[in-house]
Design a protein around this ligand. Structure first.
Ligand code: KG4
Ligand code: ZN
Length: 357
């Protein structure tokens, strides 16, 4: 018998080196989330080792699910659907999450929902108080992607500009490596930059002199390399170089974002993906938004980088819109965001009810 209760979705994230689980419930929002980051394990190799990542996901999925349920004070009987990241990401890592989620859904007789990782990042600010309404402009800055996206609604995405080479996060990671800092590079560069002396170095702001909304970060990394090679005492200047690099990335992202806001006339800006955790970027975009009368939304720090909460939320919205994914272990390591479609038999949010069990 239908009770008017909205579904409770278990979200599973395994696209790269974070195993994330979460329970999102329409009635009460996010109930619990658990995460295991593999960064310490991969740090010794200087980057993610795909095979090790897949194995570690396998070890972690069941204990993290149990912990998540425990923290929510629920059992598997309370779960109405299982959502999982189906791409883009590392094939083996995606398969572990997909296999786990599909098997769990099958065993419990529940629907499974395949989630696009970038859609999940885009929707992450909706987990916060005062969530942004559609339409909005999104700056998506992660380890694999740097995109400016016009978001008109669920599944309605137009890519206005993107990186032609390295993603912003990738630039942070590669630059950290050549500075001899650890993995992942973003937090390491941020920490070094905080100690840096302003004005000692200046790196190019790539593609700012050209029209359009595309980015390019590989030249910036090369500029840092040239500077490092010419530096007789790197230890004494490393923090200054990190600061100049961070300033160049942030100014480039800011300028293109402002250009996109002006071109689209959008009054709401969402910033998501791992690099949106960067303090300088957050402060700069906040300042820009305030001075231009734009509402800016970020996920909380824990939900900037990969996590299960954003997957549970994206799965919840897809499920409400009538979507389910049939059984099978299909993942899409490459999956462009703008090939997503709005849900076909969309029903207004809140109209889907699940029976009491
Ligand atoms: O979204 P994410 O967790 O994974 C992908 O979907 O790629 O993003 C990871 C990226 C890494 O490149 C990492 O260096 C970067 O986000 N990152 C940061 C910061 N925290 C994470 N970049 C700059 N500043 C940070 N504080
Ligand atoms: Zn991500």
């Amino acid at each position: 018998m239908a009770s008017g209760r909205r579904p409770c979705v278990l979200g599973v994230e395994t696209s790269c080196d974070e195993t994330g689980l979460a329970l999102y419930c329409g009635e009460r929002g996010l109930l619990a989330h658990t995460l295991h980051s593999q960064t310490d394990m991969h740090a010794q190799w200087g980057g993610v080792v795909p095979e090790l990542a897949s194995r570690e996901h396998l070890y972690r999925l069941i204990p993290l699910t149990a912990q998540c349920l425990r923290e929510a004070g629920l059992t598997l009987g309370a779960v109405d659907a299982v959502a999982y990241t189906a791409g883009p990401g590392l094939a083996g890592a995606l398969l572990t999450g997909c296999g786990f989620a599909q098997a769990l859904a099958y065993a419990l007789g529940l629907p499974a929902v395949a989630v696009h990782h970038l859609e999940a990042h885009l929707l992450a600010p909706l987990l916060e108080d005062a969530p942004p309404a559609f339409p909005f402009l999104a700056l998506l800055v992660s380890g694999g992607h740097t995109q400016l996206v016009a978001v008109d609604g669920l599944g309605r995405y137009r890519i206005l500009g993107e990186s032609l080479d390295d993603a912003a996060g990738e630039a942070f990671d590669k630059t950290a490596k050549l500075l001899g800092l650890g993995y992942p590079g973003g937090p390491q560069i941020q920490a070094a930059a905080a100690r840096g002396r302003p004005g000692r170095y200046r790196f190019p702001r790539p593609m700012l002199d050209r029209p359009g909304l595309d980015f390019s970060f590989s030249g910036l990394k090369t500029a840092v390399l040239t500077c490092v090679r010419a530096e007789p005492d790197l230890a004494a200047t490393l923090d200054d170089i990190a600061l100049a690099f961070e300033e160049a990335v942030v100014e480039t992202l800011m300028t293109k974002t402002l250009r996109a806001l002006e071109e689209t006339g959008c009054e709401r800006l969402v910033v998501a993906g791992g690099v949106s955790a960067n303090r300088r970027l957050r402060a700069s975009l906040l300042g820009l938004a305030t001075s231009h009368g734009v509402q800016v939304s970020f996920p909380r720090l824990a939900f900037c980088t990969d996590n299960g909460a954003m997957v549970a939320l994206a799965g919840y919205h897809r499920l409400l819109a009538g979507e389910q994914t049939g059984p099978g272990f299909t993942v899409r390591p490459r999956w462009p965001l703008d090939t997503l479609a709005p849900p076909s038999n969309a029903v207004p949010v809140g109209d889907v009810e699940v029976p009491d069990r």
